[in-house]
Design a binder for this molecule. Structure first.
Ligand SMILES: [Zn+2]
Length: 131
């Protein structure tokens, strides 16, 4: 199905990450925000990647290189391994995931445990630990 969301939720893009990326609705959980950021990577939507990043750790100077890199790889899929807190009533949360992509003809895997926090009431990405 061409309209399936890149994040692999099995839901149509228009009912999954699109309204979050477009700012029409907010991610309810840290995992939803994480999924929307993965989808934004597949679209090389660096504006959203910056907006969904905590202001204290936002990599403004790396905008161009992030966009270039996101466009240079072919995104294969996202696997959410587990979440800790990050629910509708939480202020912080962790999501561990694996993202698969092809880079220079090689299958690569990004395995990260990301930390999320609310900023101005909205979930944002703060930092991550790579495995
Ligand atoms: Zn999605």
């Amino acid at each position: 199905m061409p309209n399936n969301c890149p994040c692999g939720s099995g839901r149509p893009y228009a009912l999954c990450c699109e309204p979050i990326i477009n700012g029409k609705s907010d991610a309810i959980t840290a995992q939803e925000l994480m999924r929307s950021r993965y989808t934004a990577f597949t679209l090389a939507n660096v504006n959203y990647l910056m907006r969904s990043h905590h202001s204290s750790t936002r990599p403004n100077k790396e905008r161009k290189s992030i966009e270039k890199w996101a466009k240079s790889v072919r995104w294969i899929g996202l696997n959410v391994l587990n979440s800790q807190a990050g629910e509708a009533t939480d202020e912080t949360g962790y999501v561990e995931f694996k993202a698969l992509f092809m880079e220079n003809g090689q299958l690569q895997q990004l395995h990260e445990r990301s930390f999320f926090q609310r900023e101005n009431g909205k979930w944002v990405y703060v930092s991550g630990t790579m495995y």
